[in-house]
Ligand binder design. Structure first.
Ligand code: ATP
Length: 451
């Protein structure tokens, strides 16, 4: 993890928040490369769960909501963790998250703890100019409630029939007692949540369906199967309204931990909001002409944890001659930079040619132009950014109108006519083998791994 954190900082993926002021505990800023990676993850999720489906619609609800929402959802009374404080060093911990080897003592100094107290994780603020109890509002601790309170709005405007779902991506805030492991647990983070409404009685099969879909999604981001597992919650872990819950866990450097939770929440949320708001949140079943309260399946994922899993899974170090090559094997769909254009030298005529190539590729892919330092260094830099393909323009390009494409993972190179570059790169990014040549192309360099 330390190597990853330092590489992320060095290459502009992720910085500590307010870095020049010494940072702010467990808040992170995504840099120029990180923001692209994060957007790609969100885009892949949105495409898979909204755009490519007829039974889903999207939503973008506000972070500040009427505080009654959080009374109805149970967050005001029950969204808390048990907090203990060391009597000696006064450090605070989550009582249910202490390392077993600490044996109930402070992991910091071995001191005794106070009795656990329930600590509510919601951040409070005030709405309007008066700071009193009546103006207290919360920063949402999950995006899901924005979906439930809009159930009738969406139903009335989209005319969806059961089963259908509503998806949302957005920021959530939790005043976590203990944070850490980089972006795994922070106090400000993003979630990607689905509420999928189904007929009561069909919920078990939809729960199984979504568990499978969600596992497939992580595979589509290039995450290896062996690093994913499903953990079903025991009866003692389930909230009283929850009918069933499974976590998709990833094998992070600190061990297996939750990437996403999938829950069968029954009709709890809609019923709670009906009771607290006095509004009808039912569905008129055309077949029977009866109003029913749908059950809901909730796949709830974290953007930042997904980004962390993508980073961990793609990170690699391999021997390369006398050195170690560090690279990210990002799946092309999430890679922040898809193509880098590298002129062999900064000489004017070569730069002009390389800039033309760059201009032709930039509308098609996230493309970088890099002409600083030696070509070897630039390849290494692009490897550390996880760029799948580098296009090198050399002096021969001025004569034969060809450029080389170097693949990140194999380091194999082919030389293709510049007019065919965009088309060839599109095919390679879609999965074609690097050694498949377009018309007029030649194999330039075939590497033996580690040689
Ligand atoms: P945990 O047990 O790790 O605290 P949780 O079960 O409370 O997580 P959920 O309420 O199910 O988490 O939230 C859904 C998803 O939101 C989680 O699977 C995770 O990916 C993400 N998430 C929750 N809390 C955080 C956090 N503090 N930082 C980053 N991501 C988070």
């Amino acid at each position: 993890m330390e190597k990853l954190v330092s590489l992320c900082q060095r290459r502009g993926f992720i910085f500590p928040s307010s870095d020049i002021y010494g940072g702010l505990s467990s808040c992170w800023d995504y840099g120029p490369v990180g923001v692209e990676l994060k957007r790609n993850v969100k885009e892949a999720w949105w495409r898979a769960n909204v755009r490519d489906r007829d039974d889903m619609v999207g939503l973008d609800t506000s972070i500040l909501m009427n505080p009654r929402v959080w009374e109805a959802s149970g967050h005001v009374t029950a969204f808390s963790d048990p907090l203990v404080e060391c009597k000696k060093c006064h450090q605070r911990f989550r009582a249910d998250d202490l390392p077993p080897e600490a044996e109930g003592k402070c992991p910091n100094c071995g001191g005794d703890f106070t009795e656990p107290q329930q600590f509510n994780l919601m951040f409070k603020t005030f709405i309007g100019p008066v700071e009193d109890a009546a103006s207290v509002v919360y920063l949402r601790p999950e995006t899901a409630q924005g979906i439930f309170v809009n159930f009738a709005n969406v139903l009335n405007t989209s005319r969806k029939r059961l089963p259908f779902g509503i998806a949302q991506i957005g920021k959530s805030f939790r005043n976590e007692i203990t944070t850490g492991n980089f972006i795994f647990r922070s106090r400000e983070f993003e979630q990607m949540e689905i509420e999928y409404f189904v007929r009561p009685g069909t919920d078990d099969e939809w729960f199984a369906y979504w568990t499978n879909e969600r596992l497939k999604f992580y595979g589509s981001l290039g995450i290896r199967k062996e690093n994913l597992r499903l953990r079903q919650h025991g009866q003692d872990e389930l909230a009283h309204y929850s009918r069933c819950c499974s976590d998709i866990e990833y094998n992070f450097p600190m061990g297996w931990a939750e990437l996403e939770g999938i829950a069968n929440r029954g009709d709890y949320d809609l019923k709670q909001h009906m009771e607290y708001s006095g509004k009808g949140l039912t569905y008129l079943d055309e077949a029977t002409n009866q109003h029913i309260v749908p059950y809901v399946i909730e796949p709830s994922a974290g953007v930042d944890r997904t980004v962390l899993a993508v980073l961990c899974d793609a990170y690699d170090e391999e021997p390369d001659k006398d050195e170690i090559r560090v690279l990210f094997h990002f799946h092309p769909d999430v890679a922040p930079v898809k193509v880098a254009v590298l002129p062999l030298s900064r000489k004017e005529n070569l730069a002009a040619c390389a800039k033309d190539v760059y201009a032709s590729l930039r509308p098609c892919f996230a493309t970088q132009y890099d002409d600083t330092q030696s070509i070897g260094r630039r390849y290494r830099r692009q490897d550390e950014l996880g760029t799948p393909y580098c296009v090198t323009v050399d002096f021969q390009s001025l004569e034969d109108n060809m450029a080389t494409i170097r693949e990140r993972d194999t380091m194999n190179q082919i030389r293709v006519p510049t007019a065919a570059l965009a088309d060839t790169l599109a095919k390679k990014l879609a999965g074609e083998d690097i050694l498949v040549l377009p018309e007029g192309g030649v194999i330039w360099k075939e590497e033996t791994k580690g040689g």
